[in-house]
Structure formats: C-alpha cells, structure tokens
Design a protein around this ligand. Structure first.
Ligand code: ZN
Length: 464
C-alpha cells in the first residue's frame, strides 16, 4: 500500500459530516467506566467495524488496580417542596455525578448543597463530575439553577446500581503484511461530552473503517476503545505478552474543536512516531504545537509508564483542560465541527502514511549521479522540489537513513521524498532494504479483519 492510497478516497469534508452524525448518535448515552452506556457505545461502533467486545469481571486484579463494580443508572432527580423536578437526569446525564450510589431521601437545602457541583465562572453550564473510587452521591447543575433554589426541603432520588459485573472494552485488529502493530487508542467512558471524547471515538472508528477497505497495509493495526485509565491498565495487564509487537501508537482525543493541533510526544521523546508527527505538522501548513511527554493526560500515561515505555504519543487539537468547555455541558454537538473532524482525519492519515512509507533504500548506481533525464525523471516540467527530492533520495540512500531521515535532512515534505523513492525504484535506481525485525505474516496476504487477533486475551469473556 502506498501512502497516497491511504489518503486518496475522501472528498474534503465527507468523513467529518459522517463522524459528526456518529457523534450525535452516541451523544445521549450515559457512558461510564463500566455499564450499559459503555456497552451500547461499543455496539454502535460495531455498526461500522467488526469490533470485538471484551468483558472483564469486577474484582479482576490488574497490576495495582482492581476492576471496579459495574455501575448502571436508570434515573435521578431532585424535587422541591412542590414536587417539581429542579434537577433531572433525563434532561442531561451530566446532572448526576457519574458512579453515584443509589439514594432516596428528603434533605434540607444546606445538606443538599454539600452534594451539588456548579461552575460559578460559567453560570449556565453543567459540570461533569465522577466518583469512581469512593462511594458517594451528588448532582451537577448550572450555577444559575443553584441560585434559584429556595431554602426548603428537597427529595433526592438516584436509581442506580453498583454491583458485581464487568468492565467492557472494544478491540479491533486489522492484519497487515507484518505482525508489527500500530496502536490507536481512545477513551470511551465520558457521558454526554463531545470533544472529550466522542470526537476521538468517531475518528478512531472512521480511521479503522477506512483502513480496512485498503489492501495490504505494511503494519497491522489494533484499535482500542476503552474506559480511561482502568481500561488501559486492564488491557495492558491482560495483553502483556503481545505488547512487544507495538511499533507506534497514538492516543486519540479532542480532535473535533477548531483549535490548532497539539502533538504530545511519547516518553521516549525521539520515537519514530514523535518524529513523524512533528514532520507532518511542520509541513502541513497548519498551526500546531509539539509538547514533551508529561505523566498527566489520557492513556499515554499507562502506555508510557516506565515498565512499558511504548512509543505512543497523543495527537489532539486543543488538549484536555485547555478549552473552557472541557468537562462541561458546553462540550456539546456545537463545539465539534465537521470541518475540524475532517481536517483531523486528514492529518492522522498523513501521519500513518509516513509510518507506512518510511522505508530505507539502497542506491543501485552509487558512483556519480545516474542520468535521470534519459530515464524520463528529470525534464523541463519537473518542479524544483521534485528535482531536489530525487537528488536527496539518491544521495542519501546508502542503506542507512530512512525516508523520514532524508525528508528531515532535506527539509522537504515526506510525500515528495516518498514519491521520489517510488519513481527511482520504478526505474531500478533504488532497491528497498527490508528492516530486519519485520516478520511477514504467513497466514494471509493482504489485510484480514477483526476477529483474527493473533493472541486473544484468555482472561475475559468475548462477546461477538
Ligand atoms: Zn475527560
């Protein structure tokens, strides 16, 4: 597969519209780190790609953590003395603190206020709060609504269950020519919030959907749709033997807002994925920022923990916590834009293109420059950058630098360097030097789908 084939089929904003429609479909579900909202989200992803849903029992020990009890909620409200609902889960699932234990009692306003959360700086917005690992209950509401509450008795009701169950996560494996893997991971645990992270869920889903239409990618791809933190810890614990196959990885989040891109490097800081992302953004003509790894953020924290130290970075638009709507009801369907989703999709494809095409070549006629004009490669219509790309690739290809190394040295866009390598190879002037570590998958030529995970996890139940 050439990189040009990775990018080609999409019209400029078609995937963004489809992704936005998918986000709108998932938006009303009350997701959490466990439970039926998460499960239903995974089922809806299955309408696009043949995702395998894994179910890990509560109580399973995963490194230093334990898979929690499963939380499900049916209803929740607060009624005033007149019996009117002043806070109502059915109006927004953000109104109930995620993982609240069940409650049904009458309380005074001062007692109620101890369980209420607002954002005074944005008095119309409802905050998103969780209580995963300590038993409590609470409600989130706009500060304006809080101010309207009279000093009277209130009835609080949360119809939820917290009991032995399962943690669900989704996995989609796409076999490529090599068993070496590119990992694409996103968190699926937030309720009605769009940029963080239904945008990431949609982008990962549509990326998988696109890649499976192509034949013969160089790498195998593993897509993970998991609850944040505990999901990644669980997956890493249950899949440790196969982690060495991961060559590159990306954590996808916050890709639907209109802000500039941010790439957060892996803990290694100079992994191929870090260099490829930096190169793609630098040559993309878009505004961007590259930041070093820090042990806070999304699941790159787990993938880059020192015991794994995987080459996994995170490509977002505005990062977590840096947009005012973050973790509030204003992270809604208006904040994520189809054109921004399309643009993010295009940048992800460009990045994958670099990884797929980053081969190393040997110049077959290394003594002086070969005559390119006689081979039709160097004519009057050849652009200056194309000419330079041909010369750089010929000069540097002694079997050591990769095309990305050459693109960086020449300060030319990778796609030009890759196209030059293709043209020179087609005339026999270059031959590829195969990387020693690549194992060619014997089982199949070309790509195969999903449920052929080469090392299925044996510690959890698999729902097809
Ligand atoms: Zn979040």
């Amino acid at each position: 597969m050439t990189g040009r084939r990775i990018r080609a089929p999409f019209a400029k904003d078609a995937p963004g519209r489809d992704m936005h429609t998918f986000i709108a479909d998932l938006y009303p579900l009350c997701r959490s780190i466990t439970g039926n909202g998460l499960r239903e989200t995974l089922r809806r992803i299955q309408t696009h790609i043949p995702l395998t849903i894994h179910e890990v029992p509560s109580g399973t020990h995963v490194f230093d953590w334990t898979v929690p009890r499963e939380w499900n909620i049916r209803d929740g409200w607060v009624k005033n003395a007149q019996g009117e609902k002043v806070i109502d889960f059915s109006a927004s699932n953000l109104h109930v603190v995620n993982y609240s234990v069940p409650v049904h009692k009458k309380v005074s306003l001062p007692e109620l206020r101890e369980h209420l959360f607002t954002i005074p700086e944005f008095p119309d917005w409802i905050p998103y709060r969780t209580a995963y690992y300590h038993e409590s209950w609470g409600f989130c509401l706009s500060h304006n609504r809080l101010r309207s509450l009279k000093d009277e008795e209130y009835e609080v009701y949360i119809d939820a269950t917290l009991e032995q169950g399962r943690l669900s996560y989704g996995e989609y494996y796409l076999q490529g020519m090599s068993d070496e893997e590119i990992l694409i991971s996103c968190h699926t645990c937030h309720p009605s919030l769009c940029n963080d992270n239904l945008s990431g869920v949609a982008l990962a889903t549509f990326l998988a959907k696109h890649l499976r239409t192509l034949s013969g990618p160089r790498y195998s791809y593993r897509f993970l749709f998991m609850p944040g933190t505990i999901g990644a810890i669980t997956w890493l614990c249950l899949n440790e033997p196969q982690i060495e196959r991961i060559r590159h990885g990306l954590v996808v989040a916050c890709v639907g807002d209109s802000g500039p891109f941010t790439y957060k490097k892996s803990r290694r800081g100079n992994a191929e994925i870090d260099r490829a992302a930096t190169h793609v953004l630098a040559h993309s003509g878009r505004e961007y920022k590259i930041v070093d790894f820090s042990p806070y953020g999304y699941d790159e924290r787990q993938f880059c923990s020192p015991g794994f130290n995987l080459p996994v970075g995170s490509l977002t638009r505005t990062p977590y916590g840096r947009f005012p709507e973050y973790h509030t009801s204003a992270d809604n369907l208006d904040l994520v834009r189809p054109e921004a989703l399309s643009d993010s999709f295009a940048v992800y494809l460009s990045l994958l293109e670099v990884l797929e095409e980053n081969n190393t070549y040997v110049n077959t006629t290394p003594k002086c420059e070969p005559n390119l004009g006689s081979r039709g490669l160097y004519g009057d219509t050849t652009g200056e950058k194309e000419r330079l790309s041909l010369l750089w690739v010929l000069n540097q290809s002694d079997g050591t630098p990769s095309l990305l190394d050459i693109a960086e040295k020449a300060d030319l866009d990778f796609s030009l360097i890759s196209a030059a390598a293709d043209a020179l190879s087609s005339k026999g002037l270059l031959r590829e030097r195969k990387p020693e570590r690549t194992e060619i998958a014997l089982a199949s030529a070309g790509s195969t789908d999903g449920n052929t995970n080469p090392a299925p996890c044996k510690n959890c139940e698999v729902l097809e």
